[in-house]
Each structure stands twice: as structure tokens, then as C-alpha cells.
Design a protein around this ligand. Structure first.
Ligand code: GLA
Length: 380
């Protein structure tokens, strides 16, 4: 048997530019894949075992794909669930998972709302597929990875993260309709820079208010459907319908619904603003999105509010907002490209993490979605 080649599977993180907590309401989102990524340096084997070592912790895991073939028997409650879960979901979708020996590393930070989970799943999907494109197409792979996270890992996320990680395109954002799953590219204006500022508070979706928000959105949709029977999800709600609902809907549910309705409008406004190069308008939408997530959706925390406030006060910044699920994580900042260096320095100087440190602030660029890195080359 010819030994299989050494390959490197890579999957970028993502930043959601706008459209937060809309994906599971069949709404609109606009993420971009970023130039921070998870990598698996691997070679495939003929065994049904994944032998993988993490570079960050040094942990090594031997994952028997047959022993861990279903969520019921395979879940361990640790990071290896992402590997076993992705293998399960690929096979459930009609693909085949092969074992590999690999090293898992990269520069994508974990727990900062940049989708390290989806990146791990998509990188695993490529490694488990022996370096061939997993499943029939990107959408099938993204959906399988979402299923791995929902049903194997046990986190009820929407499609946003896996879609962005699979479909990312250099220099563009993705405008995705989470109902039809149609998307189009939105070119990012050359004069715009995007920075990610980490609050220093790590977050986890499991056990956070995330599941509660999903339930509240379902309850709000059920309440609104008694007024408009054609409504299937909050995606179908309009400002007029919310007006008509008035007191018949509990205040908290009305606020959740209002966030979703207004956020979908802001996604479209931001796409138009990018397409016309109107960074000021896009910045206003970012700030309005943050206010809505803070006041109506209640997923911000004081550290994120403060970070947004600091960023917005730095010269050259058009807007900033929390990005991802909330309850900690990071803020995305829209700035003039010519000012990016000064903006990063201004944010570092103006915000301190809970333990008194400077926040990590990075400029990120829209990047291509998951795949293999260039083939290995001779070095001599
Ligand atoms: C997390 C989830 C996504 C999405 C966002 C909120 O990142 O994984 O599916 O719901 O929160 O927009």
C-alpha cells in the first residue's frame, strides 16, 4: 500500500458583520470568513481511528469512529466530540469517513465568538474525507457540520457559522438568506477595514441564554401567528404586525421580535451601504445593531457595551457591534482602512479586560472558505 500523502486541511474562522440571532429565525445574515484559521496537518489511514494531537494543549486523542458512531454512544462531552460528530454527520449524509493521523493547530482563538467550533468541524470534514471535497457540495458539508454540532455535540446553533466557514470568499462578505439558503457575495469597499477586539470574556453557547433566546423567538412567532396565520417564523414579521400585536404579546417577546425584524432590515441596509461605498451608513447600522442586541435582545454584557463605546469614539471608526452569540466574546469594528493601525492602538488604550490587561485587537480580512492548503512543495 502506498502511504497516503501528508496534507493540510484548513478552515477559517468567521466574523458576522451583521445579522445577529436572525439565522435560526429564517432571517438574513452577513458574515465573512477571516484570515485566522484552524489547520489539521494529516495523512489518511485505512483504519477507522483518528489519532490527533492538539498543538495548543498537547492533548492527544485516539478516536475510534466505530465505537463513537452515534450521538448516544459516542458523546464524551469534550473537544473530541467535534471530530467524532463530524464523522457521524458525514456518514449520515451519505459520505464516508476515513481515519487519519494528524496534528491540530492554527491561529484561530477559541471562545471569542469567531466560530472555532465550525472551523474545527469543517477542517475535520476535509481530513476525514482524505483531502477530497467532503460530500456533494459546500452546502451539504455545511449542513452536515451544523448537524454534528446540534445533535452530537449538543449545541443548538443555526447555519450561520458553518455556512460562512464553508463558503467564504476573499474580499467579500456573504449575504445569506437562512430560509432559502440562497446567498450572494457583497464586495467589501477597498476603503474599509475590519477589526476584531476581544472583550477577554470567553463564551460558550451551551448553557448560555442562547437556548432561552431561541425558545423566546419561537414563543414570539407562535404569538404573532395567532394574528397573522401565514407567519411561519419571525422572518415573516413586519413592524406593522408588531404594532398590531401590541399588548397581546408579552413585552419581552415583543422586544425579541422587534430585534429580529429590525436586524433583517439592517442587514439589507448594510449590504447597500457596502455596495455604494457608504461606510458612514454601514457604521450607523452596526451601532444600531448593537443597541438592539443590548436593549431588545438582551445578549450583550457591560464589557461588550463598553468596548463598543470605546471603539466608536476612536477617530476613523464608523461603527462597532458585538458579534456572534453574545454574553462575552468579541466586537467587530468598521474603520477607514487608512486609520486601522491607529484604531487598534486607540482601542487598546481605552479598554482594559476584567483582569486589567490590554484587549487583543486584530485587523482581519475576508478570506476563502475551508479546503486544503497548497500541496506540499520541495523546500530544497
Ligand atoms: C452563534 C450561533 C449562530 C448564530 C449566532 C447569533 O454564533 O452559532 O448560529 O445564531 O450565535 O447570530
Amino acid at each position: 500500500m502506498v502511504p497516503s500523502r501528508q496534507l493540510v486541511a484548513r478552515a477559517p474562522g468567521r466574523v458576522n458583520l451583521i445579522g445577529e440571532h436572525t439565522d435560526y429565525n429564517d432571517g438574513l445574515v452577513m458574515p465573512m470568513a477571516i484570515d485566522l484559521e484552524t489547520r489539521i496537518d494529516f495523512h489518511s489511514t485505512d483504519e477507522r481511528v483518528v489519532d490527533v494531537t492538539r498543538t495548543d494543549t498537547g492533548d492527544r486523542a485516539l478516536i475510534d469512529l466505530d465505537e463513537r458512531a452515534t450521538p448516544a454512544t459516542g458523546r464524551r462531552g469534550d473537544w473530541t466530540d467535534y471530530v467524532a460528530g463530524t464523522a457521524w454527520a458525514i456518514e449520515a449524509a451519505g459520505g464516508q469517513a476515513r481515519g487519519f493521523v494528524g496534528v491540530l493547530g492554527g491561529d484561530l482563538p477559541i471562545g471569542q465568538g469567531l466560530s472555532s467550533s465550525a472551523a474545527l468541524e469543517l477542517a475535520c470534514a476535509w481530513a476525514l474525507s482524505g483531502g477530497q471535497p467532503p460530500l456533494a457540495d459546500r452546502l451539504a458539508a455545511a449542513r452536515a457540520c451544523q448537524r454534528a454540532e446540534n445533535e452530537f455535540v449538543g449545541v443548538p446553533c443555526g447555519i450561520l457559522d458553518q455556512f460562512a466557514v464553508a463558503f467564504g470568499v476573499r474580499d467579500a462578505a456573504l449575504l445569506l438568506d437562512c430560509r432559502s439558503l440562497d446567498h450572494r457575495l457583497v464586495a467589501l469597499p477597498p476603503g474599509a477595514a475590519f477589526l476584531i477586539a476581544e472583550s477577554g470574556m470567553t463564551r460558550e453557547l451551551r448553557g448560555s441564554g442562547y437556548e432561552q433566546r431561541r425558545r423566546e423567538c419561537e414563543a414570539a412567532a407562535a404569538g404573532l401567528a395567532t394574528i397573522d396565520r401565514s407567519l411561519r417564523s419571525l422572518r415573516d414579521a413586519t413592524p406593522e404586525l408588531l404594532e398590531r400585536a401590541g399588548d397581546s404579546l408579552a413585552d419581552v417577546l415583543l422586544r425579541r421580535a422587534r430585534h429580529v425584524v429590525t436586524e433583517n432590515e439592517r442587514v439589507l441596509a448594510t449590504a447597500r451601504a457596502f455596495e455604494t461605498g457608504d461606510l458612514a451608513a454601514a457604521g450607523r447600522a452596526f451601532l444600531a445593531s448593537h443597541a438592539s442586541l443590548r436593549d431588545d435582545f438582551d445578549v450583550s454584557v457591560p464589557a461588550l457595551d463598553r468596548l463598543v463605546e470605546v471603539a466608536a469614539s476612536v477617530p476613523g471608526v464608523h461603527g462597532a457591534r458585538m458579534t456572534g452569540g453574545g454574553f462575552g466574546g468579541a466586537v467587530v469594528v468598521l474603520a477607514d482602512a487608512t486609520a486601522a493601525g491607529g484604531v487598534a492602538a486607540g482601542i487598546r488604550a481605552g479598554y482594559a479586560t476584567a483582569d486589567g490587561r490590554e484587549p487583543v485587537v486584530r485587523e482581519v480580512r475576508a478570506s476563502d472558505g475551508a479546503g486544503l492548503t497548497a500541496m506540499p512543495r520541495w523546500t530544497a
